[in-house]
Design a binder for this molecule. Structure first.
Ligand code: ACO
Length: 335
């Protein structure tokens, strides 16, 4: 994992950015105390690089063993190409003697890491790949409206990156079941439009040919209450499906890695299903919502602090913009 060093606390949003907000308001409703902000000049792939290098070191592998990169982000540096190829270049996989490993970009927002993980799992299962680097990384702070107008969204999100390396598992280890879902009826309830390729041209131009983007399209829009309701419902359904289709009893799952959108969403899911909350690790208090990075950040922290051990049965569950959702049931393997 990698998170940038700059901490932006709830108080900083008020005092540094001049936002009309408070630690009490944000913490009470979301569980967030602070988040990290990357410095100017840093894109999602710049944060992904140290996370990937740490993953390689932990797995005792070198970058040239990777034969596929799957990069999940909703905050890519450019409209195209995606951040996957920039990461591939930074890892030294192209040029003389390079492996030219393919790089696939995943656009499924908060569910991006689990969509990416499922693709990696399928690629390994079909023998199209043997060693896949799955990354979730976000540079949210570049695209948040830090004025009072943007406070509902800007207070939620933070920057960071997490990565895992997938290889073929031994019997009874690894990903045993994956489930994904989407409901496009809610595509506009959590979105950042920025431009519209159905328009001619796709961004309104002023007389000098410069693009003009109204604030409603420049910044993210979120119907927070609708997101909250659907997140709780879908995440509960995902956990139930992991148990019924994955053939495991709820009480046999030792760790639940839930996407970190809002502490209250995760508390509601755990309460509804009767999951003891000490099985549900949390880092939203320190990092906010890092979208595609939340689950690999949790995995990295839990590996570091020894709470995630080889042989454990764990569930990863996410919900986000689209709406999209996903889950994975994993028998955690030794690296
Ligand atoms: N500080 C102070 N006041 C605020 C802030 C803030 N940071 N944000 C919003 N407010 C104000 C609003 O402007 C509004 O003021 P008004 O009544 O004068 O218009 C008031 O607080 C209530 O706003 P609501 O949006 O109705 O507040 P709500 O109680 O719904 O809480 C929240 C907002 C926390 C976002 C909640 O809806 C929620 O948690 N929704 C889930 C969405 C979520 O977690 N999204 C994360 C990204 S999506 C994902 O990852 C799944």
């Amino acid at each position: 994992m990698y998170v940038p060093p700059e901490v932006c606390s709830n108080e900083d949003l008020a005092t540094v950015h001049g936002m009309d907000t408070s630690d009490e308001w944000i913490h009470q409703r979301t569980g967030i105390r602070e988040r990290r902000h990357a410095p100017a000049g840093w894109a999602a792939h710049d944060m992904a690089l140290p996370a990937c290098l740490a993953a390689l070191e932990q797995a005792n592998m070198t970058a040239d063993e990777i034969d596929l990169i799957v990069f999940a982000t909703l905050s890519p540096k450019h409209a195209f190409p995606g951040d996957g190829v920039y990461l591939q270049r930074a890892l030294g996989l192209c040029g003389d003697g390079g492996t030219f490993a393919p790089a696939l970009d995943v656009r499924n927002q908060c569910s991006g890491f689990l969509y990416g993980l499922s693709v990696a799992n399928a690629m390994i299962g079909s023998r199209a790949a043997t060693t896949v680097l799955v990354v979730g990384a976000e540079a949210h702070s570049a695209a948040l409206d830090f004025t009072t107008r943007g406070r509902t969204v800007a207070s939620l999100f933070g920057d960071g990156a997490g990565a895992v390396i997938l290889t073929e598992a031994k019997p009874d280890e690894g990903i045993s079941y994956v489930t994904l879902g989407a409901d496009g009826r809610h595509a506009d309830e959590l979105c950042q439009k920025v431009w519209d390729m159905s328009r001619r041209p796709y961004i309104e131009l002023d007389d000098e040919g410069y693009g003009r983007i109204p604030p409603s399209e420049l910044w993210a829009n979120m119907d927070g209450r609708t997101v909250y309701r659907h997140a709780v419902q879908r995440m509960c359904e995902v956990v139930q499906r992991l148990c019924s289709e994955g053939g495991v009893a709820l009480e046999d799952i030792e760790r639940f890695y839930f996407h970190q959108a809002n502490l209250r969403i995760n508390q509601a899911v755990a309460q509804r299903l009767g999951i003891p909350f000490d099985k549900v690790p949390t880092n939203i208090d320190r990092y906010g919502n890092t979208t595609a990075a939340t689950i690999p950040l949790l995995l990295a922290e839990d590996t570091r602090n020894g709470r995630l051990q080889p042989g454990m049965k764990v569930a990863c569950v996410a919900f986000g913009s689209g709406f999209t959702w996903g889950g994975a049931l994993i028998d955690w393997a030794s690296s």
